[in-house]
Ligand binder design. Structure first.
Ligand code: CA
Length: 256
């Protein structure tokens, strides 16, 4: 395995057992890599190709816009700072069309505001550059596993609010909020375990599909934070998700 200089730490680049092809069948996953920095783009291309992906590449925001509106992908790796149209705008337009394709944001270190804005716009997760191979592969595999939105029967009510996880919308007399695909999965998971303290690790495993424990991320907390901000618009929505100190989160609403 080559070292993607400046992209991936060398200590991980030589790691064993992490670069076997994931799927080599005719239904190989199809990913779009949107990245203007050539070194990172080439590194990602080589890595995902070694994992059995069929790849499409966009080097700027305009090219990405065209490919996202015409192509069908199982996963999008989306850089944030791009010439032309930026990553946030691309993501907002994608979700506005009702496109639920999993999106992994690629952000610069320390760009916390970008992460929050990205998750709020419907990103499924983020990685901070420079990132390691193992970490990236865990995310890519996980996001593919949990690519499907919740089942159509996943609807419930809390008071006057009606949660439709198939359409990813919460409605109540006088209002509605849209959920991102990942927010829908979080809500479905917590609601299925009323009163139970659900750990961040359980959410990473079951909602994001990250199974090997190598993913260290604040993505759960950022997602829950953004979900709570949305739920706050609902009468009583502030109380749906409680924090269990030192553990994680708990669904505390009366759902039927
Ligand atoms: Ca960039």
């Amino acid at each position: 395995m080559r070292d993607f200089t400046g992209v991936l730490p060398t200590r991980l680049a030589g790691g064993r057992g992490i670069c076997q092809p994931a799927r080599m069948s005719g239904d190989a996953p199809h990913a779009l890599i949107v990245e203007d920095e050539a070194a990172i783009r080439h590194g990602l291309t080589e890595l995902l190709r070694s994992q059995g992906f069929v790849l499409d590449v966009a080097v700027d925001g305009h090219e990405a816009q065209i490919k996202l509106s015409t192509g069908r992908y199982d996963l999008v790796l989306l850089d944030w700072m791009l010439p032309g149209v930026d990553g946030l705008t691309l993501l907002q337009r994608l979700r506005a069309r009702g496109d639920l394709t999993p999106v992994l944001m690629l952000t610069a270190r320390g760009a916390e505001a970008d992460v929050v804005a990205g998750i709020d716009a419907g990103a499924d997760d983020y990685v901070t550059k420079p990132f390691g191979i193992r970490e990236l592969i865990s995310r890519v595999r996980g996001l593919l596993r949990r690519a499907r939105p919740p089942a159509p029967r996943a609807c419930f009510r809390v008071g006057e609010a009606s949660v439709d996880l198939a359409r990813l919308v919460v409605t109540w007399p006088g209002g509605q909020v849209d959920l991102s695909p990942r927010e829908g999965l979080i809500l479905e998971y917590l609601r299925a375990r009323p009163g139970v303290a659900v750990t961040r690790e359980a959410l990473l495993t079951d909602v994001w599909g990250y199974h090997d424990g190598s993913v260290r991320t604040r993505t759960v907390d950022v997602h829950i934070l953004q979900l709570r901000i949305k739920l706050r618009a609902i009468p009583g929505g502030d109380d749906w998700i409680g924090t269990v100190r030192g553990r994680g989160y708990r669904f505390e609403a009366e759902a039927v």
